[in-house]
Design a protein around this ligand. Structure first.
Ligand code: ATP
Ligand code: MG
Length: 750
């Protein structure tokens, strides 16, 4: 194959450099993944046996795509490559080696739910409070330890870890870890992190096994190397130790999984591990227009911890980046959906060309709703559609029971959630009693004291009383008031709030978003019936349509979080929710390092777009059913304004801020280490020179650089003539955008 026709010189050099270690740390869209693909094709063409090639990707989807592309070049031989995620590949290896470390080869893989259930049981046995030791949090802690290869013994003996846990008032974490590991081992089960942890144990304790795989994987390749954790790094290093044919590709500017243990240090270690390392630089972005690439560069420049790279594009200039300002999140959804519809029609595109990216899962609701209204098909990648999510189904089950207590599925779902001591056997007895006595299960529940001894009956009677109370509330209040009451009174909100893990937070936000949706429903002037029953009927149809959509093939807009968009590309990309506290996320920024990770996430999002990028924000958003004003994201101001077209004047809006939930939960930035960039204040470092003289501004043009005695230096971005007096919108370097009346403003033109 003529690689020089398909690749630029640096790419071709990286493809042809097959022997010895090499690293490509290069910007987004510069062809890193393409290089890996052709590199493998080249190895195969050279006669390397596909069984000797190991390629590690970040998602199974990426592996599948890469395999398909290689197959196109070299044919069915590509099927025999070892290609997949770290987890899938090493699960496969453990299948044939697990007996060496005491596990059956037929070991079970526990999914997250299995792990949490097991932790729940251990907590019970140890008589620990599962509110303090939330299973999700405990699992996160164990996972972090495993990914740093900290064994149970090390965990128990490490004074620093002990101090940490004691300071967090959770001194028993080590003991839980110990019990958990023992129980998994006895059950012949590995959790997700074990797949990597135990592989490391296997390679450490069994040099013969390691040797076998070193001989087998003569060529090792890792995509998205910046997001590997220590455990993965070590596996790759061990496997490549003999042949030293390892090639890693990544981009430090796209490292977005530090919160899951990914370690940028792995890039720096790589240079130390292989002094003979060949480094290839790729600087040309083939994916995006000039405007998009330059905008992305101007954003990432704000990070201090960054290897310097100059990414450029030879593609067309392309349109400016559009920014939509919407009055509310629902309007934001409408603007985006309309824009997708129009673009598709005007440019003869397919819905497959569009992606909507957001920071948090809860944001999908407003987008989904607007797309459905325009009959635009969509799919949610890497997550469930809003109404399919567990916590949403839980609250909806309460709402359904409220409207119809005979709803058996709903009843089963929540009779013991949140936990109220109604065990499986009791539930089985209730079902039995209902069948035998020919009553509905609700009738049995409502009269449980007649069927069961008092001790077992009490919690059930309490539950029935709750549901009756909800029915009464729903009869007099509208759907929003009723749902809010039920969410709180059922204990669901409290249960989710107690879980401070990232997943827990996302679930809490989803409930908030459901309530926002109900609020929008009751406030819709076109609706006459604002009852809970009517709302449920509405969403029952949605849920049904969702399932049909999911099955149907054909063009679809893709919706997903930015995290799941890594490595992908779309013709037109929308990044929504560009607001302070949402993106950057208020929950995530406690330090400069966190803020920089959020910024890298923004960089990843921007660089997914090929031709057109649109950003949007809302000036108000419902929070727990209350309308709150929001401030546009500082990230919008970080994009060099020459690449941006603000569709609407985008001055600072109202005061924003973390809201307080009606349940007394206050969400504040965890610390104020990184306050938003000053925007409303006029206190600047700039002080006017003694000889400051205003210029004549009657011929002022956009793009001109000006100086203001108070605001400092800035660039004119827009001039508007309003009834004879001219307004200038000026983007000042220190204080952001200001609108000034030229007849009053003292400006010096440069
Ligand atoms: P990311 O950092 O987002 O993972 P990447 O560096 O892996 O990006 P690729 O996905 O490999 O980049 O490439 C981006 C796009 O540019 C792809 O569509 C790819 O096919 C195309 N591309 C890369 N190099 C070339 C080239 N030399 N000629 C033509 N197209 C190219
Ligand atoms: Mg890539």
């Amino acid at each position: 194959m003529d690689y020089h026709a398909l690749l630029n010189p640096s790419q071709a050099a990286a493809v042809l450099h097959t022997e010895g270690p090499c690293m490509i740390i290069a910007g987004a869209g510069s062809g890193k993944t393409r290089v890996l693909t052709y590199r493998i094709a080249h190895l195969l063409e050279k006669g390397v046996d596909p069984f000797n090639i190991l390629a590690l990707t970040f998602t199974n989807k990426a592996a599948k795509e890469m395999r398909a592309r290689i197959e196109k070049v070299v044919g069915p031989n590509a099927k025999n490559l070892w290609m997949g995620t770290f987890h899938s590949i090493f699960a496969r290896i453990l299948r044939s080696e697990a007996d060496k470390i005491g596990y059956p080869r037929s070991f079970t893989i526990y999914d997250t739910q299995d792990s949490k259930t097991l932790i729940g049981q251990i907590l019970k046995e140890l008589e620990l409070d599962d509110k303090l030791y939330k299973p999700n949090m405990v699992l996160g802690r164990i996972s972090a330890a495993k990914n740093k290869l900290i064994s149970v013994q090390q965990y128990l003996n490490d004074p620093v870890i002990r101090q940490d846990d004691e300071a967090a008032l959770r001194p028993k974490l080590g003991v839980i870890y110990q019990q958990y590991a023992n129980r998994c081992f006895k059950a012949g089960a590995m959790d997700f992190d074990d797949l990597l942890y135990q592989t490391n144990v296997l390679f450490k304790d069994h040099p013969d096994v390691l040797n076998k795989y070193q001989n087998m994987f003569r060529y090792v390749m890792v995509d998205e190397y910046q997001d590997t954790n220590y455990s993965q790094y070590l596996i790759a290093r061990k496997l490549a130790a003999k042949e030293r044919n390892i090639c890693v590709v990544g981009d430090d500017a796209q490292s977005i999984y530090a919160f899951r243990g990914a370690d940028i240090q792995n890039i720096l270690n790589f240079e130390k591990d292989y002094p003979e390392l060949q480094v290839f630089k790729l600087e040309q972005n083939y994916r995006s227009t000039k405007n998009i690439v330059r905008a992305a560069n101007s954003v990432i420049k704000n990070n201090q911890a960054q290897l310097r790279k100059d990414v450029f594009s030879d593609n067309e200039e392309g349109p400016l980046i559009e920014v939509f300002k919407a009055a509310s999140d629902n309007e934001e959804g409408k603007l985006v959906a309309n824009s997708i519809y129009e673009d598709k029609m005007n440019h003869h595109l397919s819905y497959d060309d569009f992606a909507i990216l957001y920071r948090t899962n809860a944001q999908s609701r407003a987008m989904e709703e607007s797309l459905r209204k325009l009959n635009i098909k969509y799919k949610i990648v890497g997550g469930l559609s809003f109404y399919q999510r567990k916590e949403i189904k839980d609250l909806v089950a309460y709402l359904r029971l409220t409207v119809n207590p005979n709803d058996e599925q709903a009843l089963r779902r929540v009779i013991n959630y949140p936990k109220r001591g109604i065990g499986d056997t009791t539930i089985a007895k209730l079902i039995n009693a209902a069948e035998e006595s020919n009553h509905t299960i609700w009738e049995v529940v409502a009269n449980a004291d007649q069927f069961l001894p008092a001790r077992a009956a009490n919690p059930i009677v309490d539950f029935a009383e709750k549901i009756k109370a909800y029915t009464a509330v729903a009869a007099k209040d509208d759907a929003f008031e009723a749902a809010k009451f039920i969410a709180k009174n059922s204990g669901l909100i409290e249960d989710l709030y107690a879980d401070k893990s990232i997943e827990g937070l996302s679930r809490y936000e989803n409930i908030q978003e459901l309530l926002n949706g109900i609020k929008a429903f009751v406030e819709d002037p076109e609706r006459e019936d604002k009852t809970l029953a009517s709302f449920l009927q509405d969403i029952a149809l949605v849920t049904d349509a969702d399932t049909k959509d999911a099955q149907s093939e054909g063009e679809q807009v893709t919706l997903m979080t930015i995290h799941s968009a890594k490595g992908l590309e779309f013709r037109n990309v929308y990044i929504v929710g560009m607001e302070e506290n949402l993106f950057p996320s208020q929950m995530m920024i406690t330090s400069r390092a966190d803020l920089e990770e959020e910024r890298r996430l923004f960089y990843v999002a921007i660089t997914r777009a090929e031709k057109k990028l649109t950003l949007s924000y809302a000036t108000s958003r419902y929070q727990w059913g209350n309308l709150r004003s929001c401030e546009k994201s500082r990230f919008l101001d970080e994009i060099d304004p020459q690449f941006v077209d603000f569709k609407f004047s985008a001055g600072p809006v109202g005061s924003a801020g973390p809201g307080e939930s009606p349940f007394g939960h206050v969400f504040e930035r965890r610390s104020n280490l990184v306050p938003p960039a000053p925007r409303k204040t006029v206190a600047t470092k700039y002080s006017p020179p003694a000889d400051f003289k205003p210029s004549d501004t009657s011929n002022l043009q956009t793009g001109q650089r000006v100086e203001h005695p108070k605001f400092g230096f800035g660039t004119v971005t827009k001039l508007e003539d309003q009834a004879g007096s001219v307004k200038a919108i000026i983007l000042f370097e220190e204080v952001g955008e200001k609108t000034l009346l030229l007849s009053f403003a003292k400006l010096r033109v440069h």
